[in-house]
Design a binder for this molecule. Structure first.
Ligand SMILES: [Zn+2]
Ligand SMILES: [Zn+2]
Length: 274
């Protein structure tokens, strides 16, 4: 894997999501689900700034993915990309949003030398999608998929061949069932348009032909999951078939950036493993 390629999960979880994906020439954000101020602060912590972004990719309109978008679009001249359905929903919720930089993704687009493939996820939103970033003629691939109730054929296809994968591990099914959420909300999360559990994430990974070099478990519920539980569940599933030899598992965090620090100069030594 190229040295100058890095993924930083700036924030991840039911209370807000944002991820920084940097190649040697381009820098992207996926989702703006924390306040703009907090986003800028976390970007600065990892040596990045919003001015240098080449694009922001929004997965869907839920507030934990777009919380900072109005302020961001007002302050920064960066193209914002989403599906048509997502924009419609965002515009109706935030009529004050500056639309000057809002663009449609279509199925695939090129930003600089990075090709971005968009794929549908299964979630209770207007037109939610995940993203694969490919560069060096498709040699390097990073896929981002959260907020999906199950692994659709599109998701499965998109994840194949990824070097780095950001994958939802939202909840532990037992914790959710025994927890304090109202019945309807539990059913929503467990449903086909809800969120992936730790176990489903692990079982899905087991089926991949090629294991990604790095996997971030993401979008953990603070109520219905624990970082160690998510990590152990997925690790045990993969270990049982000896699929973890070349793969590093990391758990994204709601409150602080988690970086794939093995990959290069933007390293954050000593931080956040496990
Ligand atoms: Zn959502
Ligand atoms: Zn979400």
């Amino acid at each position: 894997m190229a040295k100058d390629f890095q993924v930083v999960m700036l924030a991840s979880g039911s209370k807000g999501n944002a991820a920084l994906i940097s190649t040697d020439s381009q820098r992207f954000l996926v989702d703006v689900g924390i306040s703009c101020r907090e986003l800028v602060k976390r970007m600065q912590q990892v040596g990045a700034s919003p001015e240098e972004l080449d694009g922001v990719f929004v997965t869907h309109e839920h507030v934990d993915h777009v919380k900072g978008i109005v302020t961001f679009a007002k302050k920064y001249q960066v193209p914002l990309y989403a599906s048509q359905g997502t924009w419609r929903a965002v515009f109706s919720r935030y009529p004050e949003l500056n639309r000057a930089n809002c663009r449609l993704t279509g199925q695939r687009l090129l930003v600089g030398d990075v090709s971005i493939a968009c794929f549908a996820t299964s979630h209770d939103a207007a037109q939610p999608q995940g993203y694969s970033f490919l560069w060096r003629s498709g040699e390097t691939k990073c896929t981002y998929v959260t907020d999906t109730g199950f692994v659709t054929p599109e998701v499965r296809e998109a994840v194949q061949g990824s070097d780095v994968l950001v994958l939802e591990a939202n909840h532990d099914v037992e914790m959710l069932k025994n927890g304090s959420y109202p019945y309807e909300l539990k059913q929503r999360i467990l449903g086909t348009r809800g969120h992936l559990s730790n176990n489903t994430a692990g079982q899905f990974l087991l089926q991949l032909e090629k294991m990604p070099r790095r996997i971030f478990l993401a979008h953990l519920s603070e109520q219905n999951n624990l970082p160690k539980l998510a990590l152990d569940t997925v690790k045990n599933i993969l270990d049982s078939k000896k699929r973890l030899q070349e793969t590093r598992l990391l758990v994204a965090n709601q409150h602080q950036p988690v970086a794939d620090y093995l990959t290069g100069q933007m390293a954050l030594p000593g931080l956040f493993e496990d």
